[in-house]
Design a binder for this molecule. Sequence first.
Ligand code: G1P
Length: 295
Amino acid sequence: MSASIRTAVIPAAGLGTRFLPATKAIPKEMLPLVDKPSIQYVVEEAVRAGIGDICVITSRNKAAIEDHFDRSVELEHALEASGKDALLGLVRDIADLAEVWTVRQGTPNGLGHAVGCARGHVGDGGFAVLLPDDIMHPSSTALSRMIEVHEEHDGAAVIAFMEVSDEEISLYGCADATPIGGDVVRLDGIVEKPAADEAPSNLAVMGRYVFPADIFDAIDKTPPGKGGEIQLTDAIAQLAAEGRAYGVVVEGGRFDAGNKNDYLRATVELALEHPELGEAFAETLRQIVRERDLT
Ligand code: G1P
């Protein structure tokens, strides 16, 4: 368990257009995976890595995120009065999970800009960034491993990478990297969503980052990039050029909650592993496959 990284920034200011109409009035991050909003998995992941201070970057229509991590006195009273102690515990535990703060991103200028909005909250220390479209399996130790590598390399930036196919690489940030032992690579460069034939590797940025506070200066110096937005990847490229960025290659344990099909897959996989629902749901799934002849 690390003492060096105490804050996690979760950029959650996007409009969630890929999930319309579900996200017309509800933040995308509040869509449930089985019985928990997806952002709760992300906060729990940070807490497991020893991080108790969470800064969520929000925008308009995101109040439900704040409400979710706050006390709900009325609900607690009602559950208490009706003797629903297990549910009461569940609801209280969410508010006790971590200190959750929100900072508004006034204008949607891209992921780099969103992370830059956390500067006042983060201050001078290192911090983690967790993109809530990427959900890690509850058994994943990737974030703790990244913090370890950050400490071993004098507080350098550490990015999580996964291997993807040639067809998929243009959807991700992509590493130009040199293996330096075990699961660690040195970043010689990094490029946001390259065309398949221009990608320096098949290592894709996975939505987990550990940064020194100097990433904020790099963000300030980053001109608009891909899509006319301030890209976090371009700010990381500056640290990579100074020899201050590394990668950890993570195998498995990631669910994509960023588009409808992958979201459904994440829901099914997590439902199958759910301690109370898993067995019954597996039977339901077998039934559906039989009835619809999907084998
Ligand atoms: C963002 C980042 C990209 C990263 C991806 C991971 O892209 O810009 O570098 O690979 O998250 O999920 P987005 O998926 O938000 O377009």
